[in-house]
Design a protein. Structure first.
Length: 128
């Protein structure tokens, strides 16, 4: 593949091709055609669950926030250990490390809790 600086950072599936980085070298291959694959029932269920997860992540990314000068996303979730509480999570990456900040509160005023968590996040900074 040509040594094009802009393409060296490209990863994933783009326009029918898959860009990969293997052993320090970038490779380009044609994306597989999965339109004729007969999925087993278990594979079909797994693909549906994964698709719902992707849809949720895309919706969460619409709620982008700044966190310590870096882009982040915030989303709500139901706490698995308690039926009467909910949580907010802010996710970000800084210096190639992932950060997961969580706010768990008894259910009450979700908008007020979100505003308070956002206020706290606005004071956050990454330690160098």
């Amino acid at each position: 593949m040509a040594n094009t600086p802009g393409l060296q950072q490209l990863r994933g599936r783009v326009a029918g091709f898959v860009y990969r980085l293997r052993n320090g070298k970038q490779t380009l291959s044609q994306a597989p055609d999965l339109s004729r694959v007969a999925w087993s029932p278990a594979q079909g269920e797994h693909r549906q669950r994964f698709g719902r997860g992707v849809a949720y992540a895309r919706a969460a990314m619409e709620e982008a926030i700044p966190l310590g000068g870096e882009p982040a996303v915030m989303f709500e979730y139901e706490c698995p250990s308690s039926h009467d509480s909910f949580g907010l999570v802010a996710l970000s990456i800084h210096n190639n490390k992932g950060y997961w900040l969580t706010w768990i509160a008894p259910q009450g005023n979700a908008e007020a809790d979100k505003a308070e968590f956002t206020e706290i996040l606005s004071t956050f900074s990454f330690a160098e």
